[in-house]
Design a binder for this molecule. Structure first.
Ligand code: PMP
Length: 299
């Protein structure tokens, strides 16, 4: 089956899908994006992804390319045309196509929209989560506005490549004060010896992950202790558990940081419970079916 992409109002074969060389995302990384998980053919947390997209556009003063409902139709249509049951849809909005000048095009041009979709290997993701993954740390070199989900991702690209070359799955950024900010494409969490979930505040310096928000809600409903605060790499290395969150990895336990074992070196009980409940809640549109399960799986 041939893949289909959406490009500026048209559904086109993926192999022919192209944007103009003067698209500002191509020239300046002047665009934003979202990655939304598709599970059992349904978009997960669509509303939050749309809200974050609108915020990113607002912060960069890029016009909304179309109404939220129409955009939702396009996302679902691309998923449907590609027969995605479990996978992701990728949405990118750039400031548009204009002669190359750094300042905004004047008069403004229409924002350019691209949507693609692809399958994810769910079984492989489950195996990875059951085993837990390794991360390596890299210096935080990104700009101060990583709260905007812009396509300007070069430090993230280099970080992920460093992880891959080290045989790890993800890279964590550590700032000049020795504090963990987030992963190259995920939020970073630890569980303290007292079973407190900790992740960095999602204001400046960290992207407000949709999965992060979901996990905060799930943790609250499970009665788990949660602190939104900065933490050091040193604290992370001494943590009982660690995990990462993102739309594509959901909650994935971390068992090694820079070659050092976290906890007993196995996927943590709370991390696994949060994975289970977060998936469950996402599939139910935010509802939690069995709030006591985490306690049972905590062993
Ligand atoms: N931080 C960064 C830098 C990311 O790229 C992502 C993935 N989009 C996340 C965090 C996690 O966000 P989400 O849960 O919305 O996928």
């Amino acid at each position: 089956m041939s893949r289909i992409a959406y490009v500026n109002g048209h559904y086109v074969p993926h192999r022919d899908a192209a944007v103009h060389i003067e698209d500002r995302a191509y020239q300046f990384a002047d665009g934003v994006y979202e990655v939304c998980e598709v599970r059992a053919g349904r978009l997960i947390d669509e509303r939050r992804h749309m809200e974050r997209l609108k915020r990113s556009l607002r912060e960069l003063r890029i016009a909304e390319p179309m109404g939220e409902a129409s955009l939702g139709v396009v996302l679902r249509e691309v998923a449907r045309r590609n027969r995605i049951r479990d996978g992701i849809v990728y949405l990118q909005v750039s400031r548009g196509v204009a002669p190359r000048n750094h300042g905004f095009p004047d008069p403004a041009v229409r924002p350019a929209v691209v949507v693609t979709a692809r399958r994810l290997d769910i079984a492989a993701a489950e195996r990875r989560a059951a085993k837990g993954v390794a991360v390596v740390t890299v210096p935080e070199t990104r700009w101060a506005r990583v709260d905007i989900k812009s396509v300007s991702l070069l430090p993230n690209v280099l970080a992920k490549q460093a992880a891959t070359e080290a045989g790890a799955f993800e890279a964590w950024f550590v700032d000049a004060d020795g504090l963990v900010t987030e992963g190259s494409s995920s939020n970073a969490w630890i569980v303290t010896a007292e079973d407190v979930l900790v992740t960095a505040p999602a204001d400046l310096g960290v992207l407000r992950g949709v999965t992060r928000t979901l996990v905060v809600e799930v943790a609250a409903r499970l009665g788990l202790a949660f602190q939104e605060r900065r933490y050091s790499l040193k604290e992370a290395l001494a943590a009982k558990e660690a995990f990462m969150t993102s739309a594509t990895s959901l909650v994935t336990p971390i068992v090694k940081v820079d070659g050092q074992m976290i906890g007993d070196g196995r996927a943590g009980a709370l991390s696994r419970a949060l994975r289970f409940h977060s998936r469950d809640a996402a599939e139910r549109g935010g509802e939690l079916s069995s709030p006591r399960m985490a306690v049972l799986t905590k062993d």
